[in-house]
Design a protein around this ligand. Sequence first.
Ligand code: ADP
Ligand code: MG
Length: 705
Amino acid sequence: GTDAEKHRDLLAAENERLRQEMKACEGELRELRRLQQQAPCRDCPHLQENAGLQEQLSQLQREAEETRAKLVELDLEVQQKTNRLAEVELRLKDSLAERAEEEERLSRRLRDSQETIASLKSQPQQIKYIIKTVEVESAKAKQALCETQSRNQYLQEQVGMQRQVLKEMEQQLQSSQKTEAQLRAQIMLYEAELERAHGQMLEEMQTMEEEKNRAIEEAFSRAQVEMKAVHENLAGVRTNLLTLQPALRTLTHDYNSLKRQVRDFPLLLQETLRSARAEISQAIEEVHSTNRELLRKYRRELQLRKKCHNELVRLKGNIRVFGRVRPITKEDGEGPEASNAVTFDTDDDAVLHLLHKGKQVSFELDKVFPPQASQEEVFQEVQALVTSCIDGYNVCIFAYGQTGAGKTYTMEGTAANPGINQRALQLLFSEVRGKAADWDYAITVSAAEIYNESLRDLLGKEPQEKLEIKLCPDGSGQLYVPGLTEFRVQSVEDINKVFEFGHVKRVTECTNLNEHSSRSHALLIITVRGLDRSTGLRTTGKLNLVDLAGSERVGRSGAEGSRLREAQHINKSLSALGDVIYALRSRQGHVPFRNSKLTYLLQDSLSGDSKTLMMVQVSPAEKNTSETLCSLKFAERVRSVELGPVSRKAELASWPSQEQLEVTKGLLGDSPGSAATPGRGHTSHSSGHLSSRSASIRRKLQTSG
Ligand code: ADP
Ligand code: MG
């Protein structure tokens, strides 16, 4: 115990010393702080740092405090351990005393037991003696003997029991001794343990002491080092601050200017956007106004154009002349006879040149289709005419030319490549469908043939029956053909059926179709009747598609009988057509419609607002140049009939008849009808100077009027 006490005293003294040192340290710190406060930096930016350092300092102090608390704790622990040790010692002492007591008690009992055994050993002699005496005694004695014997028995039993007890006692003694030995060993163990604990405690105290010293030393040296570092930092920061101040000033300045810029930026942006928007809208406005202006001008131009167009149409008398040259075919044969005699102008699609007997003759029409022109291309030029009959106009399209020049090809075409007839009907169907929202339309077709000046219905039951052309009884002045079959058609299938029907009729009615068709005019009459559902307005337009008889001069020599009559009829009707067209274009008061069945039938489709197209078909083959020349002259004469003084003068001269054409063919312009020779003086014939003079006069008149 005394060792531990001494040790504790030593520790306490050490503690006291450490406390003293701590106090000295604190004093030093206080001194340092005081010094710092005495020389504070005025409005110093280091204050913050100082505060940080102080913070660190207080942290260190706190740590020292904690260490101190830990020390006190350790002290307490040491105290507790010492107390516990004392307790353990006390308990040990008690248990030792108890052990001794127990030992003594046990040895006492042992002794008592040994005494009892000795006394009991001496008893049996006495009993034997008693037995002997009883044997010599009487019955009474015997009884007494019995009693004694039973008692003896009892005593013997007692002795046995005592022996038993003794034995047990001995055993108990032995076990007690064993226990004692055990206890002793345990005591030894405890003592060793105690010794060890004591040593351990001393060791622990030693290490704790060392730790404490070390911690205090460390804390102190750390505080010192940190203090020094703080001072150094302080000095560094001070110099840094001095150098940083100007940089900070410029930075602040920059920052402020940037801030101003940022603040002003949205305003600037808005301003720019506003002005840009204004500019754009102004530009748009300008574009709009320009557009409006342009649109106004465009409309005015359109109106002007329409007026001009109408004027042109009026001047031309609604009559157009196209030329179409078919390609050279196998039927033309081979050799010089089948060589090409027709050439075209690459810059002007209205001009064509014919090489006839070594001379080139040029013609100008409204348009010329070269051999490679497709059915589609031809139709495109015709389609405006076709659609105008939906608007109530009457239209005539004639195919004129010698047999084999392509009239039927242009009008009917082939199954694979249909001509104007079928394309016109298809176009009418689609146009009518397009207007179906407002209009009801009915399209009907009739097919007729004029042969030898008699009109026959190609769709009727009696094809041989000759039909008459009559004036409408309603007094409208319109003509009609009683008994002419009209089929309502609504689709391409319908028209195919109608064409087939008409074709079959025509084929069965004549022995040689080619010959027959070359001497008859074939007419397809399409009537478009419309009703505007909203206004109740009704329109009727007629499209007459005519495949004329061959224009070749038949039977001029040696034709007799029916051949001659045919030729005369054809001649008559073709020249009648020429006369009518001529009269119409030159605005003559009298138009000789009644001179032929054809012109009479088409009267209302040739006069008034009606539009006429003459498609002049020619063969390019060398052997056909005479006929080609004739056809082209016919075409150009139809076309070159013009209004104005010249045409009025021309009024005096009559249209050259087919015969005259033939006659003048050789003379070329020397006839009285030559007043109407080609306008541009293309013809390069011998007396060309005459016609070119008349052309130049005409041109002058045109430009002046
Ligand atoms: P026309 O009816 O004037 O007597 P056709 O139309 O019967 O003449 O034509 C005579 C031949 O020439 C026919 O075999 C026809 O197919 C052909 N033909 C006419 N024009 C053309 C053309 N533009 N392209 C191809 N072949 C044509
Ligand atoms: Mg034909």
